[in-house]
Design a protein around this ligand. Structure first.
Ligand SMILES: NC(=O)c1ccc[n+]([C@@H]2O[C@H](COP(=O)([O-])OP(=O)(O)OC[C@H]3O[C@@H](n4cnc5c(N)ncnc54)[C@H](OP(=O)(O)O)[C@@H]3O)[C@@H](O)[C@H]2O)c1
Length: 324
């Protein structure tokens, strides 16, 4: 079903890897989109969006800072739906976790939800992550992880896993806000998102396959729960927005799998690269499951399989000149 061009939706983080795909699919479905970027003067954030089909007449760009409430109000004004993707993503060197990650993630989420409530948006889709589901060392080891599982805040603090902590606390803030203020919120929790790249720069998840191809032996023990095609993640956002029966969290992976499974398939498909070999279980205790994303499957999402995720990622890395 195509949306009416009169229906305006806002995508925060519209310039990003997933955000660009979401803007693309929303325009394709006929929505008018208010997409946010951090710097309107930076062509690296705007040019790929302006080139999208439908952008000329139905895309408006807004500059926001997650901690600047008024900038967010301008972007959501007139929107009947809000997709909140923007968040700082730093997984390597974090110097000041509060300032660099936790503050903007949590305050930004509250600002976006407050503004959405103020302008009368009817539904907000919040992009959380599997990082709000794992690491969860206390989850019963005989059960596959589901949307009922929350990542362990104390474990994250002790191990200085600041990005997962920011996703846990931002998602919890969203649920608290929804309950207290009566705002309709649904959440998507994607795994490691890969596939064709629209922006000119590489985001953190595409860096994972880029680094693997260059021989990196990191196993992402606390971060990985499965891969997912970027187009499916964008589609999942639209499905949970449009389907009023969708409620709660939605794990979004093509299957619950280990990073080693992913790396082994990259090695099989692309023997010309020197892909490291990993032990069978790179995520000790994580039970594999082909139906981990049952909720999204029941809404009608047919996940693109891992083989295609890898092929689309590698071909895109080649086309964009990141690998030869
Ligand atoms: N990629 C994955 O594997 C994955 C998995 C699970 C969940 N997620 C979630 O999906 C969302 C999008 O991630 P992504 O992979 O598309 O990453 P990305 O390409 O880095 O996008 C992040 C976006 O947030 C914006 N942003 C960051 N800090 C901001 C601030 N202070 N004010 C305003 N905007 C700000 C960025 O703007 P600039 O481009 O200007 O920096 C960018 O548009 C995030 O919420 C992330 O946690 C991603």
């Amino acid at each position: 079903m195509a949306a009416s061009a009169m229906e305006v939706v806002c995508v925060t983080g519209g310039s990003g890897y997933i955000g660009s795909w979401l803007v693309r699919l929303l325009l394709y479905r006929g929505y008018t989109v208010n997409a946010t970027v951090k710097d309107l003067k930076d062509e690296k954030e705007t040019k790929h969006l302006e080139a999208l089909e439908g952008a000329e007449s139905r895309l408006r760009l807004f500059q926001i800072d997650l901690v600047d409430y008024e900038s967010i109000v301008a972007a959501v004004t007139g929107a009947s739906g809000v997709f909140h993707l923007a968040t700082p993503i730093i997984v390597d060197q974090v110097h000041d976790p509060q300032k660099e990650l936790l503050g903007p993630a949590i305050k930004g989420t509250i600002n976006v939800l407050t503004a959405a409530k103020e302008v009368g948006a009817k539904r907000v889709v919040v992009t959380s992550s599997v990082s709000a589901i794992v690491p969860s060392p206390k989850w019963p080891p005989h059960l596959p992880k589901t949307e009922d599982c929350w990542a362990d805040e104390e474990y994250c603090k002790q191990n200085q896993l600041w990005y997962p902590l920011s996703k846990i606390l931002a998602e919890k803030a969203a649920w608290d806000f929804a309950k207290e203020k009566g705002l309709d919120v649904v959440v998507v929790n994607p795994g490691t998102v890969m596939g064709p790249i629209l922006p000119p720069t590489l985001n953190a998840s595409m860096l994972i396959i880029h680094r693997l191809i260059q021989g990196c032996t990191e196993t992402y023990e606390d971060f990985f729960m499965g891969s997912v095609h970027v187009q499916d993640v964008a589609l999942a956002h639209i499905m949970v927005y449009e389907n009023k029966a969708a409620t709660g969290r939605h794990l979004c992976v093509e299957a619950i799998s280990h990073y080693g499974d992913f790396a082994a398939m990259v090695a099989e498909l692309y023997p010309q690269y020197n892909i490291p070999r990993f032990p069978k279980d790179t995520q000790p205790g994580l039970l594999r499951s082909k139906t981990g994303s049952k909720k999204l499957m029941e809404l009608g999402l047919e996940f693109i399989p891992m083989e295609q995720i890898i092929r689309d990622s590698v071909e895109s890395l080649k086309t964009k000149g990141f690998i030869s």
